[in-house]
Each structure stands twice: as C-alpha cells, then as structure tokens.
Design a protein around this ligand. Structure first.
Ligand code: CP
Length: 318
C-alpha cells in the first residue's frame, strides 16, 4: 500500500505517523537507536552523521522534552540547529505557516521538526517541501506523536525484551492523546499480543476497538497481571465540556497509586510520556518509585531521535 513517508525503495523519507509503517522500518529505527546509546554515554557525545546539515525545530505548541531532546539529538549528530521561537516569529504578525517554511527553505534547511496543535500540520508541510527535505512530526493535535511512540516501545524493549509475550495497559485520556495512538500502532505492529486501554467511556474514542486493543473501564481488571503500565495525562487543553466530575474524583478511580500498581505483575514497569500531573493521574510514590522508568524514557528519547534523523538523512545503517 502507498505510504507517503516512504520513497520508492521503501526508505524512510519523512516520519509523520507510525500507522502504516512496516514492522521492518520500526525495527530498523529501534536497532539504530541501540547503536546511539553508547554515543550518548561517552565523554565526547558526538558523531559526524549530520555534519553540514541544518535542522529546524518548528514548535507552534509548548514542549519541554520533545523540543530539547530533538535539539540535543541533532547536535550530537553534528547538525546545525535552528530553534524557531514561534511567539516572537512573524507568525505573530500574521505570516502563514507555508510562508514561514518557505523562508526557512530559502536558508537551505535540510530537515523540519514540527509540532502543532492542529492534526495534519506536519503532513501539510511534508507535501509542500522539496524532495531533499525531510519532515518529522513532533506531535500534531490529537493525531500522532511518532517519536514518542517509538521511544516508548524502545524503553519497553530495553526492560522487557520479549515483546511477543507482553501485556501492556495504557491508562487515562486516550481520546485526546496523540501519544496513545502512536503507542498502540507501535505495539501492535511489533507484535505485542495484548494491548489494553483503561479509561472511562468519556475518555475513549468511539472506534477504539478498531485499533486492536482490549477495553477496560476499571483499574482492578485492567491492571491485573500486566507487564507495563503507561499512564496518560488528562489533556484539559483539548477537552470541550465536562468529561469528568473532578480531578480528585478521577484520581480516586484512575490515579495510579502503589495499591493499584500492586495489581500488575511484581516486576511491571511504570511509564508516562510527560508532562505528569502528580495527584491527578499518578501518585508521587509511584512516579518516583522503584518501578518507574519515566526518566529513562526521556534519556532514550535522544537515541530514538538521533536514529530517526540519521536514517532520514541516509547516513546510518544499523
Ligand atoms: N512527551 C511530550 O511530548 O512532552 P513535551 O510536551 O514536553 O514535549
């Protein structure tokens, strides 16, 4: 099937969504990221794969982890990095997104990393740029956040290498979450046999079953014997109307406490893409506890983003 992210040789040209990407492509990214773990741990954390290239970070929406780890990743690949501050750019004077992009193309940019609150923004830019430029979606609306999905499965594979024998629960606001969608596509493509979503009906998409997940509405059943618990933030900025009684009520029912975590396997890992709302979806005793791999997720995000950029630039084979 035609996939606009791949060229005629099935080589990655843009990274816009995990949906529809072949398993071989996901494995190539994960295996390439493994080779960058060592680079990130040595004293001189640099390789020359993107020397002479210019990477533009175009973030039209707030970010802490994604923007900074893309910047670090690009610099560790020896690229020149341009961070466009959208609040002080000409966007605030009414310039269109394509005019902004055209100006950056005129400066000989080679790669755009795009975050936008509108679903489809990265696809729109990818359709517009010349052939030699790659676009990476760093989160678009509630649609996709492919590098987050990839760093999450990379983290799981590091702690639980047998992906074909795993039970994963994704808990919380799946409805508004681009992260959940990318995680589900990554997990199912890689052959994880049981992916659960645990949430009230009001926080689940109507067609959630079509994603190949099992649906649970209570934590007792949903967390029973799982290997991985992935917590999601309540995306209040994307909610229209009252979907929940209150944050306190939500925490009582769906917040991950040590007592609820005890329902999972004793060696289960706890993940969260950030930003976390302590006391809303997760208890600090869990977020900072022995089973939490929330900060390793951030560290692995650098290797994943290095792998994606290196593969797009055509300069690295795992
Ligand atoms: N996980 C994630 O996308 O975090 P940021 O919004 O801080 O980039």
């Amino acid at each position: 099937m035609y996939n606009p992210q791949l060229d005629q040789h099935k080589k990655l040209k843009h990274l816009l969504t995990i949906e529809g990407l072949p398993k071989a492509t996901l494995l190539q990214i994960l295996d390439t990221a493994e080779t960058f773990i060592g680079v990130n741990e040595r004293e001189v954390k640099k390789v020359p794969l993107l020397r002479g290239k210019t990477v533009c970070n175009l973030f039209f929406e707030n970010s802490t982890r994604t923007r900074t780890t893309f910047e670090i990743a690009a610099k560790r690949l020896s690229a020149d990095v341009l961070n466009l501050n959208v609040s002080t750019s000409s966007q605030s004077k009414g310039e269109t997104i394509l005019d902004t992009v055209n100006n950056l193309i005129a400066m000989h940019s080679d790669m755009f990393v795009v975050r936008h609150n509108q679903s489809g923004a990265a696809h729109f830019i990818a359709q517009h740029v010349p052939d030699h430029i790659s676009v990476i979606n760093a989160g678009d609306g509630r649609h996709a956040h492919p590098t987050q999905g990839l760093l999450d499965v990379f983290t799981i594979r590091r702690y639980k290498p047998d992906m074909h024998n795993l039970r994963v629960a994704i808990v919380g606001d799946v409805l508004h979450s681009r992260v959940a969608r990318s995680e589900i596509h990554a997990l199912t493509t890689l052959g994880v046999p049981e992916v659960r979503v645990v949430a009230p009906n009001t926080l689940l998409p109507a067609d959630v079953h079509k994603l190949g997940v099992q649906v649970f509405h209570d934590m007792q059943a949903g967390l029973k014997d799982v290997d991985v618990v992935m917590m999601l933030r309540l995306q209040n900025e994307r909610m229209s109307g009252a979907l929940l009684p209150s944050a306190q009520e939500y925490f009582k029912t769906y917040g991950l406490t040590p007592e609820k975590l005890a329902l999972a396997k004793p060696d289960a890992i706890v993940m969260h893409p950030g930003p976390m709302n302590r006391g809303v979806e997760i208890d600090s005793r869990v977020a900072d506890g022995a089973q939490s791999v929330i900060l390793p997720q951030v560290t692995y995000g650098i290797a994943i983003r290095m792998a994606v950029m290196a593969l797009l630039a055509g300069g690295h084979n795992a």
